[in-house]
Design a protein around this ligand. Structure first.
Ligand SMILES: Nc1ncnc2c1ncn2[C@@H]1O[C@H](COP(=O)(O)OP(=O)(O)O)[C@@H](O)[C@H]1O
Ligand SMILES: CC(C)(COP(=O)(O)O)[C@@H](O)C(=O)NCCC(=O)O
Ligand SMILES: [K+]
Length: 259
């Protein structure tokens, strides 16, 4: 079985695949101090609850926007699964189409993975919006290349920044407000972030389409994507499993090159 690990700045998501068949997925807070042994105990317990045996894992691929976390994940794969994981963005991990960006730019591996997954499912002329720690827009060319995009502060990060920097503003969870005009502090903050984000997504997508001068599909992923999909026409589709799908595709692509 194949283990796919998508490590974001906030959460790390594991998924297990039997060939092309998805088996299960689990999420843990990202923490560079977590050791290989800790991952193993956690993962083997959860796999056991699903009737899956951890001994069946012999292959792994990692994408990480937090480079320091990769060390212990590599140890996990070497020690417990007896394999060298592929790490997206490293020279030995090939992509079907190379990104076209400024020389010297290191594109976030999550964005490269989303590009591969989005292109596989929807073809080119695509915008992938990923609501993570940061909200990213990845622009995919007709040939499947990542050609750039947008990085905006994440939703949770914006809320946290308000709370941290303004003495009278409480910590607030993001939800869809009833209207725009808040009649208490919490409602005002929720409105600012929620409607601010709707405007941000609409505006950025419109500008990208204008700059590319052609119709482009918009696919959204990440925990909060469905919240912003409620009652709006922002996205053609929300696909929570997009990054995991991309990791499996990249793994298979590299395996095909070996053969
Ligand atoms: N369903 C959800 N509801 C509310 N907040 C969420 C949800 N999913 C994720 N978040 C929050 O959004 C932020 C980004 O989460 P995540 O998508 O895991 O980011 P990353 O991929 O960068 O680690 C985190 O602060 C997380 O707590
Ligand atoms: C923009 C990001 C921080 C998003 O990471 P995430 O929110 O998924 O943790 C990550 O893709 C990154 O570190 N990118 C490097 C710069 C770039 O992609 O151009
Ligand atoms: K992201």
């Amino acid at each position: 079985m194949l283990l796919c690990i998508d490590c974001g700045n906030t959460n790390t998501v594991f998924s297990v695949w039997d060939g092309a068949a998805f088996r299960a997925t689990w999420r843990i807070a990202t923490d560079a101090r977590r050791t290989a042994d800790e991952y193993f105990v956690w993962l083997s317990t959860l796999m056991g609850l699903k009737g899956l045996t951890i001994d069946a894992i012999h292959e792994a691929i990692i994408s990480s926007t937090a480079p320091r976390v990769v060390f212990n994940l590599r140890v996990l794969c070497n020690r417990y699964f007896d394999c060298r994981p592929l790490v997206v963005g490293k020279p030995d991990c090939e992509l079907p189409v190379a990104p076209r960006v400024d020389v010297g730019t290191t594109v976030g591996p999550d964005r490269l993975v989303n590009t591969v997954a989005g292109y596989d499912r929807h073809g080119g002329d695509l915008i992938v919006v990923d609501f993570g720690t940061a909200t990213t827009f990845d622009v995919v060319a007709p040939d499947g290349a990542y050609i750039g995009g947008v990085i905006a502060p994440g939703v949770a990060l914006s809320l946290e920044a308000l709370h941290m920097s303004a003495a009278a503003l409480p910590h607030v969870d993001v939800t869809k407000p009833q209207g725009v005009i808040g009649t208490n502090t919490v409602a005002c903050i929720q409105s600012g972030v929620y409607w601010g984000y709707i405007g941000l997504v609409e505006g950025i997508v419109r500008q990208i389409r204008m700059e590319r001068d052609r119709p482009m599909k918009v696919i959204a992923t990440g925990g909060l994507a469905s919240l912003f999909d409620l009652g709006f026409d922002l996205f053609d589709k929300v696909e929570d499993d997009l990054t995991m799908h991309g990791l499996r595709l990249i793994f298979d692509y590299n395996k095909g090159l070996e053969a």
